[in-house]
Ligand binder design. Structure first.
Ligand SMILES: [Zn+2]
Ligand SMILES: [Zn+2]
Length: 332
């Protein structure tokens, strides 16, 4: 049903690619991150809630069709639907049904709560292609933390000393999630980098509540700032704009990678805030789908494949989907 090609995952019956790595005729997109959504394809298909983000990333003039979550549509001989992945606004798993067989390609996903996107939905399937960004047992984290309060407390403790807080985060998804969890706490505007602010607007237009923000490109940079929170990409400190921080600032990074090497990273503070599933949630999700066969994409040196096999599942690295294995694929 799905094979791996040099352009990415390909569904022959539907004649479409999922998150193709190059321009193709028909691109089914799980979400707007740049390693999934690339320019140049003739026709894009994505979840309705992700359409404005996709346009913000790829250009207003792309040809894109948006579908409600769960809405079924046909691409040639395949029936396709999008289901929430809980990763960023509009992110989807792609469900493909041909005959009585169902495959699901997860895209990126997480199970942790996030006020800025729809929660992950378990989609029963025969074959599950899962991401595995944190596909190693050393990446697990506590789910019971209140990240909004933690970040707010750090900001306010710094502000009480007249110190600025510089929080590094990916511009799409993580930055808006931070603004979402801070929304109940923040008493004043948060300064966002110009890479972040247009994406904030896409979220607000979809009715997602974010803390109040100001765009750094629209303020007087000769002004002195103290006790403010800056939400910026990691390159910020190397830019002229960072002069507004004066000497008084602390840094933090919000990422799942902070579950490890907090010290070596060189940040003053790390917030373990991931938009990907941790090890426990990867394993749990694979089990919950009820899939008879699992293909694992991305990192992890094979830990997840080995672990799933030890649980008696048929598990393979996604590279096995290269059609050099037609016999195996023919089973499905
Ligand atoms: Zn992503
Ligand atoms: Zn990704």
């Amino acid at each position: 049903m799905i094979t791996m090609t040099s352009k990415g995952l390909f569904c022959k019956a539907g004649n479409f690619y999922i998150d193709p790595m190059r321009a193709v005729d028909s691109a089914v997109i799980t979400h707007a991150h740049s390693d999934h959504a690339r320019r140049g394809s003739l026709q894009y298909y994505t979840a309705q809630r992700g359409v404005s983000l996709l346009k913000a990333r790829l250009g207003k003039n792309i040809s894109v069709r948006g579908y409600a979550y769960g809405e079924k549509f046909n691409l040639n001989n395949a029936q396709v639907s999008f289901h929430p992945a809980g990763h960023i606004l509009g992110s989807s798993q792609v469900r493909i049904e041909i005959g009585k067989k169902v495959w699901v390609a997860s895209g990126d996903y997480k199970r942790d709560p996030d006020p800025t996107c729809e929660p992950f939905e378990v989609v029963p399937c025969d074959v599950f292609i899962t991401e595995a960004t944190f596909g190693t047992p050393s990446y697990t984290w506590n789910k019971e933390v209140n990240l909004g309060k933690e970040i707010y407390d750090w900001w306010i403790q710094n502000a009480d000393r007249g110190v600025n807080s510089v929080l590094f985060a990916y511009s799409l998804g993580k930055a808006q999630r931070i603004l979402g969890v801070l929304e109940p706490y923040a008493q004043k505007d948060i300064y966002c980098h110009s890479a972040v602010t247009p994406l904030n607007e896409c979220y607000r237009e979809e009715g997602i509540k974010l803390a109040r923000t100001q765009c750094l490109s629209q303020i007087d940079l000769s002004k002195q700032f103290s006790g403010e929170l800056f939400l910026v990409p990691q390159s910020f400190l190397q830019t002229d704009q960072s002069k507004i921080l004066g000497g008084q600032f602390e840094t933090a990074f919000a990422s799942g990678w902070m579950a490890k090497n907090n010290f070596e990273s060189g940040y003053d503070r790390g917030f373990v805030m991931s938009d990907h599933a941790d090890w426990n949630d990867l394993v749990r999700t694979v089990k919950e789908t009820g899939a008879r066969r699992v293909y694992v994409q991305h990192r992890g040196k094979g830990s997840l494949v080995r672990h799933l096999k030890s649980l008696g599942m048929e598990a393979f690295p996604a590279a096995e989907l290269f059609s050099r294995n037609p016999d195996q694929l023919a089973l499905f």
